[in-house]
Design a protein around this ligand. Structure first.
Ligand SMILES: [Mn+2]
Length: 311
């Protein structure tokens, strides 16, 4: 099943990795894990990671020249559609491989390896690197640590509805007998005190409508909180343990577009992706996003989600 990927990897000297804009841990650690795997096993190949947006926990960044990307094999991780890639130079690549776990908005790769059942792109990479096709290669401690961190981020420490027995089995292979899961969990999820205080304040903006708990933040609110709209959305998990909520979300006015971006989550048995798609967004059944809504559309969305939250 993964032989075509292996043959493709073997046939290129240069590999360029891409991931989505505003990257999360899964996007970043998938890239770092992939790069490490190639460096460990194919020392004659050169591999670089593209992307301008940084990620707090691991602000890894490379300046990659156009000349390098030209004629290289482009591998795009954790990204459902071309427009979301954090570097337009994907079109300089000779060939493109998409490896992702989002419901596919488009199969833009020359080769597409998409598994909606995987809790994280890092889980899918683990499956690939541990497959029979790849069994002659080493999955080093460093690679395993990166991929484990990627899975931790997207599965929220193995608690999301996307977490399966397979997720745990593959994570177990990564852990082996030399990874301390507690240390890696701290590395991914610990927050600074000033961040904690911001989140405490953020929680006070909570609104509740039926079984929908949400934040609706305009630019002034965000200034008051000293947060960007994407920072605010990244804290959507703050509400996941509230028993009364079937659906929860963060709606925040983007400082560049002045329109509203939305991050939605739901409990098992309550879908958010169909509504998200209707409003021009997308994502998973229990985790979706929407961009560029007017305030009128936001009101409509809140009404629809509130109704869905008691269905
Ligand atoms: Mn992901």
């Amino acid at each position: 099943m993964f032989k075509e990927l292996l043959d493709t990897l073997k046939s290129y000297k240069k590999i360029t990795l891409f991931r989505h804009a505003n990257p999360d841990g899964d996007a970043i650690f998938s890239c770092l894990g992939f790069k490490q795997f190639i460096n460990d096993n194919f020392p004659d190949k050169e591999i670089h990671i593209c992307g301008n947006d940084t990620y707090d926990i691991n602000p890894y960044h490379e300046d990659v020249e156009d000349d390098f990307i030209k004629g290289s094999l482009g591998i795009v991780l954790d990204t459902a559609n071309l427009e979301r890639i954090d570097d337009g130079r994907i079109n300089l690549c000779d060939k493109t491989v998409k490896i992702d776990h989002h419901p596919p908005l488009s199969n833009y790769g020359d080769l597409n390896i998409v598994s909606k059942e995987s809790a994280a792109c890092s889980e899918l990479l683990t499956e690939i690197f541990c497959s029979d096709e790849f069994n002659e290669y080493e999955v080093s401690l460093k690679t395993r640590e990166y991929l484990y961190c990627g899975i931790l981020t997207d599965s929220m420490s193995f608690t999301t509805s996307s977490t399966t027995a397979k997720t745990l089995k593959l994570a177990g292979k990564l852990v082996g007998d030399d990874i301390n899961v507690s240390l890696l969990n701290d590395y991914v999820f610990k927050v600074k005190l000033n961040e904690f205080e911001k989140i405490t304040k953020l929680r006070t903006y909570l609104k509740v409508n039926n079984r929908f708990g949400y934040l609706l933040l305009d630019e002034n609110d965000l200034k008051d909180l000293d947060m960007s709209s994407s920072d605010a959305k990244n804290n959507v998990a703050e509400f996941k343990n509230v028993e009364e909520f079937n659906i929860w979300g963060v709606i925040a006015q983007n400082e560049q577009t002045h329109l509203y971006d939305v991050s939605l989550r739901s409990r098992l048995g309550h879908q958010v992706n169909e509504t998200a798609i209707r409003f021009g967004g997308g994502g998973h059944v229990n985790a979706s996003g929407i961009k560029n809504l007017t305030y009128e559309q936001v009101k409509e969305l809140v009404l629809e989600i509130s109704t869905n939250s008691i269905k």
